[in-house]
Design a protein around this ligand. Structure first.
Ligand SMILES: [Zn+2]
Length: 121
């Protein structure tokens, strides 16, 4: 079965780093990977029936960063939809906004995961 273009997981199913364009089709479920080696680890984990075993939390600093970075998208979508009430926007515009917000959130998280943080980023 070809990989469906509408399915695009973004985090590695082994280490939760951002995916790097590697994907695994496992019994019609799709997993992202950061490397070929981690795709193999994902397959081993699934073959053994193990859960990922890692819980995620959100980072308030990353949320604040994403809010600031996506402000222009919020304003342009508000003007486009003649409303600052997001629930009055067209669904496709809401989805586009949250895609941008999430991309900024993950960009921030990726940066501090790579470089560390002193809490002032
Ligand atoms: Zn990984």
């Amino acid at each position: 079965m070809p990989f469906p273009k509408t399915v695009n997981p973004s985090l590695c199913g082994y280490c939760l780093k951002p995916g790097r364009g590697f994907y695994l089709d496992y019994k019609n479920k799709y997993f992202a990977g950061c490397s070929v080696e981690h795709l193999e680890e994902i397959k081993l984990r699934l073959d053994r029936g193990l859960d990922l075993g890692i819980c995620a939390t959100s980072n308030p600093q990353a949320v604040e960063y994403a809010v600031k970075q996506s402000k222009s998208s919020y304003i342009s979508n508000s003007l486009k939809n003649d409303s600052y009430k997001m629930h009055e926007w067209k669904a496709e515009d809401r989805l586009a906004f949250f895609n941008i917000f999430t991309a900024h959130y993950l960009t921030y998280e990726s940066k501090i995961a790579n470089e560390g943080t002193d809490g002032r980023d």
